[in-house]
Design a protein around this ligand. Structure first.
Ligand code: FMN
Length: 354
């Protein structure tokens, strides 16, 4: 009897009383009868003595394999592997000409506009504080070369206040409607589906929102705010938090102590999954957050304020602090800002080695 091997890129899901077999590598799903499921269990235990009809159909579908699947080089656990393999593009583009491709592209765009949410700019309920007009002349003070050279992560903030103008300019230039309406689209008679900001974003959809934790900004009451892009304003969401809270939310890291303010980047998956319905869209959200983070740091560098960042945050506690609606709104990254010693090595670590 030829030895058969179980495809290792599978998981099972119990859903609506069905047993779903998900082949995440080949993007296929099957509903299994109990007999098929039991047969796979038998195979996985190596107890098969004779092949039967079920084996043949499992072989045809690539669930059983005649050759052992290669063992991947992968040091993380299965969870990341499933996401990684399951979100790869595996089917090649089938358009025969560029004209075909363009026609499909236009048709996809036409379909997308019909299902796009009516409002892409998020507005939270709460007390509203306006921000001063951003002062873009601040960005002209240093050469681009100096700004790039000046960007670095620091871990020794000193609690000094930042001005409201700097807060306003940093938020506007990184997250605001910096370019105004997307004239290139409207001039061509096309509908503005997305937004153009200082960072690129998949489809211009900008799924990440900015939530600001104000600690010491002149003229702004400490608290947790949502940055309202449309109105360039802050909307109060929660009470102020202190250095101990920031450390706890950043998984004990003390590096954010003494910041003047910080920004939680929060992914709103609903802003993007209507257009990019496959899980691959999750990658786009993460990449978008990286673009914003880099722009934030460069703008901060040009404004002379220092930054520290972390992706190691307590997702659940940050979500409740920001009063997010559910798992479809997810904090990804924290950007702390202020003044201090321009050193990436935390004073406590230096002391440790003294
Ligand atoms: C996605 C991402 C996550 C990061 N997470 C942390 C973190 O959890 N804690 C921390 O102290 N720094 C964190 N950093 C900052 C890096 O440690 C820092 O960028 C790196 O040491 C290089 O230093 P530089 O930013 O000064 O070039 C993170 C940076 C990025 C881009």
């Amino acid at each position: 009897m030829p030895k058969l091997h179980l495809n290792t890129d599978l998981f099972f899901l119990l859903k609506d009383q069905d047993i779903i077999l998900w082949d995440y590598k080949n993007h296929q799903q099957f509903t299994l009868s109990l007999a098929y499921f039991e047969r796979l269990v038998t195979h996985s235990r190596g107890n098969v003595e004779e092949l039967n009809e079920i084996d043949q159909s499992l072989l045809n579908e690539g669930i059983l394999l005649s050759e052992a699947p290669p063992v991947p080089i992968w040091q993380w656990d299965k969870l990341s592997y499933i996401f990684h393999i399951g979100t790869r593009n595996v089917v090649e583009d089938s358009h025969e000409t560029i004209e075909d491709w363009v026609a499909q592209y236009v048709s996809d765009c036409e379909t997308a506009v019909q299902i796009m949410p009516p409002k892409m700019l998020i507005r939270r309920e709460g007390a509203f504080s306006s921000l001063p007009t951003p002062d873009l002349s601040y960005l002209n003070q240093h050469s681009f070369l100096d700004i790039l050279k000046g960007r670095q992560t620091i871990r020794n903030f000193n609690g000094s206040p930042v001005s409201r103008e700097i807060l306003s300019t940093l938020l506007f230039v990184t997250f605001g409607l910096f370019h105004g309406p997307w004239a290139e689209l409207s001039d061509a008679g096309l509908r503005e589906v997305g937004m153009r900001k200082t960072s690129a974003s998949g489809g211009g959809l900008h799924p990440n929102e900015a939530y600001v934790s104000i600690h010491n900004v002149e003229g702004v009451k400490p608290g947790i705010y949502h940055y309202d892009v449309e109105r360039h304003a802050l909307v109060l969401i929660n009470d102020a938090i202190n250095d101990d809270n920031i450390s706890a939310l950043c998984m004990g890291q003390p590096f954010g102590r003494g910041i003047a303010f910080g920004v939680f980047l929060v992914a709103y998956f609903g802003k993007i999954w209507w257009k990019y319905p496959h899980s691959r869209g999750y990658r786009v959200v993460l990449l978008d957050a990286g673009h914003l983070s880099q722009t934030f740091q460069l703008v901060a560098s040009s404004l002379g304020v220092l930054t520290w960042m972390t992706a190691n945050i307590h997702d659940v506690n940050v979500s409740s602090l920001l009063k997010l609606e559910g798992v479809h709104q997810s904090p990804l990254h924290f950007l702390g800002t202020g003044y201090g010693e321009k050193s990436g090595i935390y004073s406590g670590v230096k002391d440790y080695f003294k």
